[in-house]
Design a protein around this ligand. Structure first.
Ligand code: ZN
Length: 192
């Protein structure tokens, strides 16, 4: 987004979250393709997540880390993309869209192009270049993909966060009750 536009939006009190617009299509596509079609991209994202975990645990020099990097390299090298010309203006920026090589691709001129896996990959790479790829995550509560506006974001929406903590509170309560009963039982056994 151009700086002027960003300053204007800021002045209007609108919050701009870096990477969010780039991630938008990718997140929607991942949620619409939970099965085999979305497998490659979600795998890349899961490997990234695991890499980040190891980094946080200062385990970047381990074989596990190397192994994950190799897995990432393997999955990403599986893509075959071909450049597709969008516009070629004189003395201005070319617009080239990288699209996946498809078998039986039928061209329908005038038809609006759908968001596809290749677009998702390009979005992921763009995010990665800005250090924002791991912001595309799965919600801890509902498992949906979302873009975390802040580094510590774990839920796709506030309701999911509330539900998650309500459930974990309930879990803690039932566990506490269970442990209380268990200890009582042990005590009575020992008395006998
Ligand atoms: Zn959620």
């Amino acid at each position: 987004m151009p700086k002027l536009q960003m300053d204007w939006l800021r002045a209007q009190g609108k919050r701009i979250y870096s990477g969010e617009s780039t991630a938008h299509g990718l997140v929607q596509w991942l949620n619409a393709n939970p099965g085999k079609r979305g497998e490659r991209l979600s795998r890349l994202l899961r490997i990234l997540r695991d890499l980040r975990v190891l980094e946080q645990e200062s385990r970047s020099d381990t074989w596990d880390y190397r192994d994950l990097l190799l897995q990432f390299a393997e999955v990403i090298s599986d893509y075959h993309l071909t450049p597709k010309l969008v516009v070629l203006p004189a003395e201005e920026m070319w617009q080239i869209k990288w699209t996946p090589v498809r078998r039986n691709a039928t061209k329908r001129p005038g038809r609006r192009k759908r968001f596809e896996e290749g677009d998702g990959l390009m979005a992921l790479i763009d995010l990665g270049k800005s250090g924002l790829a791991t912001r595309v995550r799965q919600c801890r509560h509902c498992n949906k993909w979302f873009y975390a506006r802040v580094e510590h974001g774990r839920f796709c929406r506030r309701e999911c966060q509330q539900e998650y903590f309500r459930h974990s509170e309930e879990f803690k309560l039932t566990r506490r009750e269970y442990m209380r009963r268990y200890r009582n039982l042990q005590r009575t056994r020992h008395v006998k």
